[in-house]
Design a protein around this ligand. Structure first.
Ligand code: MN
Length: 235
């Protein structure tokens, strides 16, 4: 059988050392830092016992922007926001059944830093009406991501911090120790809802300090000592 159209390209993220990571799905976690949950007007859980279940959403795989490329200012918004996030890449399919923390951690092959770009006005309007906020999150060029770093090279992530500078000024800074759900927690929760597979990326949620980006802004996102993402918003 012949395809009726040319097959769309598979988005790929460069991996340090020369390989590439083909992207299947992009899962994202909302409200995973208490300080950001509060700045969005949500109640942050007082303890792990009270954290409930995570908020998940998707971006299309072709929302990925790689190679420190320019990011075009998206249509349909007057309030594009940055959210700096840890990104983890899954290197194998999850086994059936509830995952142990060890099984969950073992799925991760590489990590990096990314931006969960958000059309905040569209998200806010949808939220206010109790409607889904896909158009606020899952748009073209909404997922710039750094080169991915193999886990053996990245080492233990728990002690790392995320930082976002815009035009040389620090906008966001947070420690991964402050994640409400850490990486194994999130993969365990996701695996109860979806069949996780090699090629999946997970954007782990953002610390406080989300704010607007405008055309001409330059940004530098870092996962300290591991990965860096640079880019510019174009008009
Ligand atoms: Mn986010």
């Amino acid at each position: 059988m012949t395809d009726i159209i040319p097959a769309p390209p598979i988005p790929r993220v460069p991996v340090r050392g020369g390989a590439t990571f083909p992207v299947r799905r992009i899962f994202c976690v909302g409200r995973n830092f208490a300080d950001h949950a509060r700045e969005m007007g949500a109640t942050a859980p007082a303890s792990k016992a009270e954290r409930g279940t995570p908020v998940f959403f998707h971006k299309p795989a072709d929302a990925i922007v790689t190679g420190d490329a320019d990011v075009p200012y998206p249509p349909g918004t007057r309030d594009l926001h940055h959210e700096v996030e840890l990104v983890v890449a899954l290197g194998q399919d999850a086994p059936k059944g509830p995952l142990s923390r060890e099984q969950a951690q073992a799925l991760v092959i590489a990590c990096g830093v990314g931006l969960d770009l958000t059309r905040r006005d569209l998200q806010g309007a949808a939220k206010a009406k109790g409607l889904p906020w896909d158009t606020g999150k899952g748009f073209d060029y909404s997922a710039p991501v750094s080169e991915l770093v193999p886990v053996a090279e990245a080492g233990v992530l728990e002690d790392r911090t995320l930082t976002l500078q815009v035009n040389g000024q620090t906008r966001q800074h947070g420690a991964l120790t402050d994640l409400i759900w850490d990486v194994p927690d999130i993969l365990q929760e996701l695996s109860m809802l979806y069949a996780l597979k090699a090629g999946d990326l997970v954007f782990m949620g953002t610390p406080a300090g989300v704010a607007a980006l405008v055309p001409g802004d330059t940004f530098v996102a870092t996962l300290d000592g591991v990965a860096e993402l640079r880019g510019r918003i174009t008009g």
